[in-house]
Every structure is written in C-alpha cells, then in structure tokens.
Design a protein around this ligand. Structure first.
Ligand code: SF4
Length: 438
C-alpha cells in the first residue's frame, strides 16, 4: 500500500529517530521529576481508526489507498480489539468515535464490537464516521446498518446508555468518486421504523462552486436551508432534519494549490484554516485542539481529545510528540499511557497552549515554524510538521522544560540539561557550517 503522503513524510525522518539527538531527548525526559501540575488525565473524546485505508480514494484525502497485503502483516487494532477496548474503557469518555484515517466500515466486525462494548461511566455518544461507501444498494445498506444498530441495542445492561450516531462524510471530492446516492440511501434507511432513534448528520467541506449538498437534498426530496455558522439543514418530507456541517479543505499532501486551481471548485476565505480555526478558540483566544471537540457544536472539554491509530498508537490530538506515543499493545491501560505522555514537557506544553504557541516558542532556532503554522490549511497536523526532525524535537523539549522549571512544576538534572543544550548547539553549528559550504 502506498502510505499516505503525510505518513511518507513522517517516515522519511524515521532513520533520524534513533539519532543521538533523540537519545538525548529520551535521557532528558527520563531524568525529570514527575510533573506536579499538568493538564487533565481523563480522555473526554477518543477517535479510533479501525483502518488507515479506504476504497473511495478522494482526491484531497491523505489516507485514501487501495487495500493491500501490507495490512495483513501490520498490527491492527481491528484484528485485535481487546487491547484498544480495554484502554479506551479506562479513559473516562464522553464520546467515542469510529473514524479515519481510512474508512471504518472496511472493518465491520470491529465496528460492531466497538459499538457493543465501548464504555465509560459518563459515555453519552458513540459515533461512526463513514463515507457510506458500503451502501451499495438498498439491501446491503439495510443489512450493514441493521447489524450496527443491533450491536448498539444489545449493549450489556451494565454499560452506559449512550446514543448512537452515523456521521456521513460527503463533499465534492467524495461525490466525484461515488456520487451522493450511498449517503442518500443511509439517510433514507434511517427513516424506517426501528431506526429513527439513530442520530445522523453529514460533514462536508466548504468550497465555492460545489453543489453536492443541493444534489443530496434533491435526491432525498428535501428542502435545504441557507448557510449559518458553517451549517445547513436538509428538511426531509418525513419530518426529519439532517444537519450538514462544513469544515475547511485540507490543501496539503494529496491536494495542493496547483491541483486545486485546475478544478471547477475553489477555496472560499471561510475555508482557510486560520479563519475556520477561529471557531475553536477558547475565551482566552487560544486554539488548543487537545482540549476541544471540533464537531458542529464546538465544546471546550474537561478532559483530553485523543485518537488511537490503526496500528495502536495512542495520541492526544495535537497534544503530544507523534514520535513518542504509547501503544495499546504495550501499556497496561490508560493510566499508564497518560503518565508516559505527561512525562514529556512537549505534551504538558501542547495541552496547555496548543501547537500555534509551540511554533512561536520554537521560532528563535527554527524561524520556519511560524511560516508552517501560518501556511498549513490543515488544522491537525501542525505538531507533525513542527516536530518532524530530531533537532526540532530536542529544542522544543528544552524550551518547554525551561518554562516549566521556572514555573516550579518539574525539576531537572542540570548536568543532563547542559549536555542536551551542548549537543543541540553542536548539531546546529554543523548544520550552519554545511549550509555555508553550500
Ligand atoms: S471517503 Fe474519507 S477516508 Fe475515504 S478517501 Fe474519501 S476522504 Fe479519504
């Protein structure tokens, strides 16, 4: 399988990951006292990727890839659901989401087991995010949706009574590949008796020149309301209302400005990450994805926004160094995973302040960090870009640690810190000399 462009980028720096700089960063983290103060330890939301592959193959998607033999040899949470469910059931969730990555419904058995077994004392929402690719015809749509709903209805009585929602991803790019009918079939089906308590909404991408939502409304015989706060509604003849929520377009990786300029759609100003991202700012004007629910109704969370990738990697959304994440297979549970994450000054800083502030902090040594933060039209891959190389990771660790030591939240062995600064300076000097030699 060709890995996503984003992953190709990430793995390009993999040989460096065991470099002296990363070893030094590990040694530094291991030498620190436990933080006396850090962000929350519960996970309010968690997105799990049953797969990183998707048969739809949209032109803007960094995860679209055909099925491959590689997935048979790689560890996958979908083929080993025990560890991921055990970890997630200890997080203290409000909302648990099957998402991508790729298309969750390429792993239907995992999705059904998840809907049946996921739990937390205050779990209110279970959501499936899907392209509706599986809805090939009416019978198949009914069979697949009914299996999921049966799994939800037969949740053991000792588990939380959570709602179940199907969120359909449908935008101009999806429609070029599979049209609007699969989405329309799922929406129509959910009007049948016995399914009307299943939630349903659509997530689209805001583009000028796009009539996909109009086509969906027409196919359903519904009336479409005007745009308001990135939302429209389809009022269906049977009295139901389907919310259509719009987000920004990712113009990075598989899609870029050059390709976009050749298409009959374009990027309105409201679809730029810096404009769209304003929705998620807290009252202090900070955008901290690690503490924000980014759905149609933005919520600033008591706990963390987390995700678990298909290979079992546990992450906080834009809240930890992606190169230093626990794995569901290698931890005893959530409390061990979160302790490991908060041992890293970068995690503590990102959960407090978000990646835009980290970019500013790193700008002294890496001036391009600010440009990265300003230019990317992706809201959720800035930490990957900022921390792509070992020297960047070590510098970010040293700068964030410096702040936390001054705040009295952690203590560090000064000799280890000095050694790390010396190694970083030596590396930076070598880079400068090499650049001057041309
Ligand atoms: S349906 Fe979603 S996961 Fe699949 S290719 Fe399109 S955007 Fe990517």
């Amino acid at each position: 399988m060709p890995e996503s462009l984003f992953k190709q980028g990430a793995s390009a720096s993999a040989p460096n990951s065991s470099s002296m700089l990363d070893e030094c960063r590990d040694e530094l983290i291991a030498s620190l006292s436990k933080y006396s103060e850090h962000g929350p330890v519960t996970g309010s939301t968690c997105y799990v990727w049953p797969s990183s592959e998707c048969p739809v193959g949209c032109g803007h998607c960094n995860y679209a890839a055909p099925m491959s033999l590689n997935r048979l040899t790689r560890y996958s949470v979908a083929r080993d659901p025990g560890p991921v469910l055990r970890l997630m059931n200890g997080m203290g969730l409000w909302k648990a989401v099957l998402s991508g990555g790729g298309e969750p419904m390429v792993e239907p058995e995992f999705c059904e087991r998840f809907v049946n077994e996921i739990d937390s004392p205050n779990l209110e929402e279970i959501e499936l995010i899907t392209s509706a690719h599986f809805a090939a015809d009416e019978d198949e749509t009914r069979r697949r949706v009914r299996s999921l709903v049966d799994a939800w209805r037969t949740r053991p009585s000792n588990l939380a009574q959570a709602n179940f929602t199907i969120r359909i991803s449908l935008d101009w790019f999806h429609a070029q590949r599979i049209g609007v009918e699969p989405a329309a079939r799922v929406i129509r089906l959910l009007g049948e008796e016995g399914l009307q308590d299943v939630g349903c909404y659509v997530r689209s991408v805001l583009l000028d020149g796009d009539t996909t939502t109009e086509k969906l409304a027409k196919s359903l015989g519904g009336q479409l309301t005007e745009m308001d706060d990135y939302q429209r509604k389809i009022l269906l003849p049977d009295g139901r209302t389907i919310l259509v929520y719009f987000k920004n377009l990712i113009v990075e990786g598989r899609m870029n400005q050059r390709k976009l300029s050749r298409l009959p759609i374009s990027l309105p100003e409201q679809s730029r990450a810096d404009v769209f991202g304003k929705r998620f700012e807290s009252s202090q004007g900070k955008n901290v994805p690690a503490r924000t629910y980014n759905g149609p109704q933005v919520r600033h969370l008591e706990g963390l926004a987390c995700l678990i990738e298909d290979d079992g990697k546990v992450r906080i959304l834009e809240g930890n160094d992606p190169h230093r994440s626990p794995n569901v297979r290698q931890t005893d549970g959530w409390s061990e995973a979160i302790e490991y994450l908060y041992a890293d000054p970068i995690t503590v800083y990102l959960v407090d302040n978000g990646p835009q502030d980290l970019a500013k902090l790193m700008a002294d040594a890496f001036p391009d960090s600010v440009r990265m933060a300003a230019d990317t039209n992706q809201l959720y891959h800035l930490t990957e870009l900022l921390l792509a190389d070992p020297d960047r990771r070590l510098y970010a660790t040293l700068r964030t640690l410096e702040l936390h030591v001054a705040e009295g939240r952690v203590t560090a062995d000064q000799q280890v810190v000095d050694r790390a600064w010396a190694l970083f300076s030596e590396h930076a000097k070598r880079d400068t000399d090499a650049a001057e030699r041309g």
